[in-house]
Design a protein around this ligand. Structure first.
Ligand code: AOF
Ligand code: ZN
Length: 356
């Protein structure tokens, strides 16, 4: 016989509520930069009585929304927060004080805040007020949620992810997998997470379209288009005001690109200088996307690897061979099982993620 109470105690542990915090935090994916994504849940007598997340920099923090949602029920309850509550007057007042004022009994924190102006002072403030604080529940998950924010806080440099597509036999491809760019596709989802994306001008020659995230209400990153030498084959699609402000052309020659389009010219295109520009613009995360003519990136990649500028890599492995769709499975003597596996992958792709 399973009694309800027992089931609850088993299923709804600290980890469960913290995972809910992360789920809530992700509702603001791509919208909080330079702030982190944060979720908060208030629990009383085994029930969630309040939920909230940080929607955007400048707006109230997750704890404030969750406390508002819980109202008087927060008293003697437990607050779960995916990031240590802040303890400073920034654009908003300290969450540590809001939690103390609401008289919560316990606070469970996913990870401490790497921001030097917070760094464990939030936890201490709560403890000094007699609140029991637990730190490090689902810590890995909370860290992954904000890997760009953590990197930026610790180094003050943009977080850079390298993305490319690869054939089954290891060739670099200039194409994306089917459905990758559609709403719900990995590429569309990936784009909204970054403040900026760097692409080769070949995307404007071949497709004459710039990468956009098709997720509903998605954040659109600044598109940084690299073009050593600007030429008439490069066509900029007609852009409305807002989209035009999200486009930056980087050239090597002082060429007049097109009126109304932001342009940066360098003696020689350098990823280090582009990242410096991003940093000065307050952009915390950058996706270096090798879509298009991958040869355009030879120098950029060399420089990036030599100077350790990349933090993460996302590789889409496409179920094709030798970079040629026509050669898919033909002329290749693949043993039965492998053939079956590859057939089942056709039209789909496999995503690999790793860290430098
Ligand atoms: C929290 N809960 O939901 C968030 C926190 O300029 P402000 O006032 O928004 O402060 C930004 C800093 O607050 C940010 O750098 C990080 O240290 C912390 N973010 N803290 O308690 C939240 N978003
Ligand atoms: Zn706060």
């Amino acid at each position: 016989v399973i009694r309800c109470g027992e089931m609850q105690a088993y299923e709804f542990d600290d980890g469960y509520y913290m995972r809910r915090c992360v789920e809530l935090a992700r509702k603001a994916i791509g919208c909080t930069s330079p702030n982190p994504m944060v979720g908060c849940v208030i629990v009383k007598d085994g029930k969630i009585v309040g939920e909230g997340f940080h929607p955007k920099a400048g707006q109230p923090h997750a704890e404030v929304f969750a406390l508002r949602d819980a109202g008087d029920l927060a008293e003697n309850g437990t607050a779960y927060v995916s990031l240590e509550p802040c303890n400073h007057y920034g654009r908003t007042p300290p969450c540590s004080e809001a939690l103390i004022k609401a008289r919560v009994k316990n606070v469970v924190v996913g990870m401490v805040d790497p921001n030097p102006i917070v760094a464990s002072t939030g936890v201490k403030k709560l403890q000094d007020a007699g609140i029991e604080v637990t730190v490090g529940v689902e810590e890995e998950l909370c860290k992954r949620l904000n890997e760009a924010y953590i990197h930026y806080m610790l180094t003050r440099k943009p977080y850079v992810t390298l993305r490319y597509s690869m054939s089954l036999d290891g060739h670099l491809l200039d194409q994306l997998g089917e459905e990758a760019e559609e709403c719900g596709g990995y590429y569309s989802k990936l784009l909204q997470e970054y403040d900026a994306i760097i692409v080769s001008s070949s995307v404007l020659v071949e497709k004459s379209s710039l990468p956009i995230s098709k997720e509903p209400g998605a954040n659109q990153p600044l598109k940084i288009v690299l073009s050593k030498c600007w030429n008439p084959l490069i066509k900029i699609p007609s852009l409305k005001d807002d989209a035009a402000s999200k486009l930056l052309i980087v050239t090597e020659k002082d060429s007049a690109v097109q009126e109304g389009i932001q342009t940066l010219s360098f003696e020689k295109i350098s990823i280090l200088e582009i990242l410096e520009h991003c940093k000065n613009q307050g952009l915390c995360s950058v996706l270096l996307d090798l879509t298009g003519n991958t040869l355009d990136f030879e120098d950029t990649l060399k420089e990036g690897f030599e100077q350790n500028l990349f933090q993460k890599v996302v590789v889409e492995v496409l179920p094709i061979l030798g970079g040629d769709r026509e050669r898919y499975l033909s002329n290749v003597d693949l043993k039965g099982k492998v053939k079956k596996l590859i057939s089942s992958l056709y039209g789909k792709s496999v995503l690999l993620e790793g860290y430098f």
